[in-house]
Structure formats: C-alpha cells, structure tokens
Design a protein around this ligand. Structure first.
Ligand code: CTP
Ligand code: ZN
Length: 166
C-alpha cells in the first residue's frame, strides 16, 4: 500500500458528532480506548484504524468516537503514550476544533505508581502526581517516591496490558 493512499481508499467513514483522535502512535489505539474507559459494553459507537499508512508518520492509528467530547485530563493521558496525536472535534460532519495533544509538566490522577510501597498505592489514587522529565522517550517521576516510569510502565498499569513484556 502506498503511503499517499487516500482516506476514501481506507474506507473510513466520517462521523457526524464526536471526536476523532488522529495521528495516534501506530498500534496504540486499544490503549487509548482503555484510557478513555471504553470497553464497547457501554454502547459507545467507535471506529478504530490500526497501523494504517500516514503522510506525517509512516503508520498511525485513528480513533473515532461518536457523541463524546474529551476532557482535558483524558487528553493529557493520551499525550503520555501518543504525544503527537491530534484531537478533532466534529459537529454536523465538520471539524470545528483541531488541536495537538500536549503533555503538561505535571500530570496527576494517572497512572498508578509502579512502586508498590508508594504512598499513592495506599491512599486515594487521585493523589498520583508525576513530573514529566522527558516526552520522547517518556520518563515521568513520582512526586511522592521519586520512582521513574517509562512508557511501557505506564501501559502496564492498564488492566488489559498487564502481561505486556516488551
Ligand atoms: N473526520 C471524521 N469525520 C468528519 C470530519 C473529519 O471522521 N465529519 C476525520 C477525518 O477522517 C480525519 C480527521 O477527522 O481523520 C481530521 O479531518 P480533516 O481535518 O478533514 O483531515 P486532514 O486535513 O487530513 O487533517 P490533518 O491535517 O490534521 O492531518
Ligand atoms: Zn510513587
């Protein structure tokens, strides 16, 4: 498949209302869905494209979620594992707002600290706070126990990805 392949050739349909998360790091759309708490069972209408050709990156994922606008905290979570993603808000089939995700210097509320003895694992998870030391490759440092976490550590804190060895 050519990298210049058009979207119509990919047979991805446009959505009427909702959010398109574009330029998602290839292969990570399922992680994005879990971060957003989407299992499918709640009835959310979503379309995923995994590892499709892209002009900007060699390959990318696309996540289209109907009838949902993302919160800032959710966008920050996406930025942790896919720092080049673009958020497109769609109203009546038009892109009404487009912006790049941005990782703040401090992230809180997610993920769970990998240090089992960390105070944030004993108390309310909302305490979790990390200083972003590096975006790519990702390195975040727990404010409470100074443990550093990398991208894979973050991914492994999600229930579906616990067994990931890579
Ligand atoms: N999109 C959609 N439904 C719509 C409008 C747009 O699913 N009603 C999707 C497009 O398929 C694309 C993304 O939202 O994946 C951004 O749309 P658009 O800005 O039109 O595309 P590009 O100009 O290619 O975006 P960019 O420059 O950000 O790559
Ligand atoms: Zn900690």
């Amino acid at each position: 498949m050519s990298k210049e392949i058009s979207e119509s050739e990919l047979k991805v349909s446009k959505i009427k209302e909702g959010t398109v998360i574009d330029h998602v790091k290839a292969g990570t759309a399922l992680i994005v869905l879990e971060m957003l708490g989407i299992t499918g069972l709640e009835g959310t209408v979503a379309t995923l494209s995994l590892n499709v050709p892209s002009k900007r990156q060699e390959k990318k994922d696309i996540v289209k979620i109907e009838d949902r606008v993302l919160e800032r905290s959710e966008i920050n979570q996406i930025a942790l594992i896919s720092p080049n993603a673009t958020i497109n808000e769609i109203k009546d089939f038009k892109v009404v707002n487009k912006f790049d995700v941005e990782l703040p210097e401090v992230v809180s509320g997610f993920p769970k600290c990998i240090n089992p003895k960390c105070i944030t694992n004993a108390r309310e998870p909302s305490m979790q706070t990390y200083y972003v030391k590096s975006i790519e490759p990702l390195k975040i440092r727990c404010k409470y126990c100074n443990t550093d976490m990398e991208r894979n550590d973050v991914i492994k804190q999600l229930t579906k990805f616990q067994g990931l060895t890579q």
